[in-house]
Design a protein around this ligand. Structure first.
Ligand code: ACO
Ligand code: KIV
Ligand code: MG
Length: 557
């Protein structure tokens, strides 16, 4: 018993038996090529008796993947190509037709051996089953040198009968004995015990390869496969992403990465180039339409993502604190420290540094507070959100006017109104309400009434920083000092009027609009030496009066 575990991939056969996972022949061929590059030893390409299309797909794989090593394949030999067949002459002939052009063809035939399956499904006695195995394995052997036999539902088969079955299959010419836990019923100790029992009780078992094929009905497929391997099996039947009948098969990536990550414990190797795992996983997901759950081991989107501040802080100090394998080892470019509501300052400041910003002390505290407020409202904070926040944060040195409050009313049932409360350069808080053509126009009119800087709005743009209904909106405005001499500029030789730019970001786009406008107004005030004429008390209208006036005028019109 060597220390090499053959990886038998059945994504294209058992994997395709997942409800809804049917793939086209060309998708199957592409996946077979990717599996070959990945380094699998065996590709079970399909069940040729199932349909002419399945036969054609298996034939194409045998010809294009099974004859020559695909470029990039770690091994210098092409993978063995397997076709599955019931224990009937017709199925075996079809399977042979599919695989015979491969360099290493292998016929795989199976027959149920549990009392339950024999009685209710096959309606055959033990004697009939033994005779059929002897007959059909021998027939398959007359066509092909490599024969795999599987006693279906071995996990629920009487062990003594199982030993008899396997003995018959070896005598008839089987070269691989595959032990399936067809319905994912066993537990790891039981399944390991079945394999140990086979090694202890089946004559000439050392002349064949013992293989394991586990289903995941109780979520134990990988554990059972590893238990079988520890008991001596040297072939693991697996699928990419663990797809397959019902709850699926053992997933290739889980077995391979367990053997690699826990190498000292198992002391076993495979021929898999693990850096291709993520890519092949995505390819299979796209072809089958079966989405990989984010928390899926090894290839899930969150497998190398950390959101909580304590974990992120640990990861920044030493990557082994919360990762047992390096993301690059499975083809993920890097650990993903996801910024969200559970993140802390360490992760935020590391991300800001990576983006080229350096904040510390009170400045970092300020950005952090705004980041947390945003994270509370959205699931994830992306770099673009941070950029917008920073631009919003790094405004003019002196905030002459600060937004203290904003209330808008808009829709189809009245005039758009806005009430704005600003802290002004003299330290006083002023409130003004206005109506406009829309909520932004109303808010800007209210700001104008308090700020009264004589500026014209030149440009207003709004965009969503990231995707989704909860995205930040970023507003950019440009204002220009009003030209008192407009219309007579030709005779007037005064300087050009200056333009000021302001941006604002918020999940509320009206708030973002007012912030942007105030930014620009503040720059204008600063540029004019901080001079500002406070509006007369009459200008700073008590907002309820203005709203009443607006409502009255809308009713009148
Ligand atoms: C555990 C597994 O994954 S087994 C593989 C499952 N994969 C598939 O089934 C592949 C797709 N299958 C198919 O396309 C079809 O089922 C076919 C073409 C194979 C057969 O279709 P049909 O001839 O219409 O038979 P149907 O599917 O209705 O029933 C299966 C028959 O095969 C018999 N059978 C089941 N397993 C075996 C076996 N290993 N060896 C011989 N006969 C078997 C059943 O007893 C049943 O026979 P019956 O009709 O005399 O009762
Ligand atoms: C055909 C056999 C190996 C099978 O898929 C199973 O028993 O699960
Ligand atoms: Mg199966």
């Amino acid at each position: 018993m060597g220390n090499y575990v053959r990886i038998f991939d059945t994504t294209l056969r058992d994997g395709e038996q997942s409800p809804g996972a049917t793939m086209t022949s060309s998708e199957k061929l592409e996946i077979a090529k990717a599996l070959s590059r990945l380094g699998v030893d065996v590709i079970e390409a399909g069940f040729p008796a199932a349909s002419p299309d399945d036969l054609a797909a298996v034939r194409a794989i045998a010809e294009h993947v099974g004859r020559e090593p695909i470029e990039g394949r770690p091994s210098s030999e092409p993978p063995s190509i397997v076709g599955l067949a019931r224990a009937t002459k017709g199925d075996i002939d079809a399977a042979w037709e599919g695989i015979k052009r491969a360099k290493h063809p292998c016929l795989h035939t199976f027959l149920s051996t549990s009392d339950l399956h024999m009685k209710h499904k096959l309606r055959m006695s033990r004697e009939q089953v033994l005779a059929k195995i002897a007959e059909q394995v021998a027939y398959a052997k007359s066509l092909c040198n490599q024969i795999e036999f599987s006693p279906e539902d071995a996990g629920r088969t009487d062990p003594e009968f199982l030993y008899q079955v396997l003995d018959v299959a070896i005598r008839a010419g089987a070269t691989v004995l595959n032990i399936p836990d067809t319905v994912g019923y066993t537990t790891p100790d039981e399944f390991g015990g079945i394999i140990s029992g086979i090694f202890a009780n089946v004559p000439n078992i050392d002349s064949v390869i013992v293989s394991v094929h586990c289903h995941n009905d109780l979520g134990l497929a990988t554990a059972n496969t590893l238990a079988g391997i520890r008991a001596g099996a040297r072939q693991a039947e697996v699928t990419i992403n663990g797809i397959g009948e019902r709850a699926g098969n053992t997933s290739l990536e889980e077995v391979v990465m367990t053997l690699a990550t826990r190498a000292p414990k198992f002391n076993l190797t495979t021929g898999i180039d693990t850096t291709q795992l993520t890519r092949v996983s995505r390819m299979v997901s796209t072809a089958t339409g079966i989405v990989v759950q984010p928390n899926k081991a090894v290839v899930g989107a969150n497998a190398f993502a950390h959101e909580s501040g304590i974990h992120q802080d640990g990861m920044l100090k030493h990557e082994a604190t919360y990762e047992i394998m390096r993301p690059e080892s499975v083809g993920v470019t890097q650990t993903n420290l996801v910024l969200g509501k559970h993140s802390g300052r360490a992760a935020l400041s590391a991300r800001l540094n990576a983006m080229g910003y350096s904040f510390d002390g009170p400045a970092l505290d300020r950005v952090f507070a705004r980041f947390k407020a945003l994270a509370d409202r959205r699931k994830q904070v992306h770099d673009a959100d941070l950029e917008a926040l920073i631009h919003d944060e790094v405004g003019p040195d002196i905030e002459s006017f600060q937004l203290e409050g904003l209330l808008v009313g808009c829709g189809t049932m009245g005039m758009p109104t806005a009430t704005v409360r600003l802290r002004c350069p003299d330290g006083k808080v002023r409130v003004h309400a206005a109506v406009g053509t829309g909520p932004v126009d109303a808010a800007y009119k209210a700001v104008d009434a308090i700020v009264s800087t004589n500026a014209d709005l030149l440009e207003f743009t709004i965009r969503s920083v990231t995707e989704g209904i909860d995205a930040l909106g970023e507003v950019a405005v440009r204002i220009r000092e009003r030209d008192e001499h407009e219309g007579v500029r030709a005779q007037h030789s005064g300087p050009e009027k200056r333009v000021f730019h302001g941006t604002g970001a918020d999940t509320d786009i009206i708030v973002a609009s007012v912030k942007a406008y105030l930014r620009a107004q503040n720059k204008l005030v600063q540029a004019t030496g901080g001079e500002w004429d406070a509006p007369s008390s009459r200008d700073v209208v008590v907002h309820s009066e203005a709203v009443q006036a607006a409502v009255a005028s809308s009713r009148a019109s």
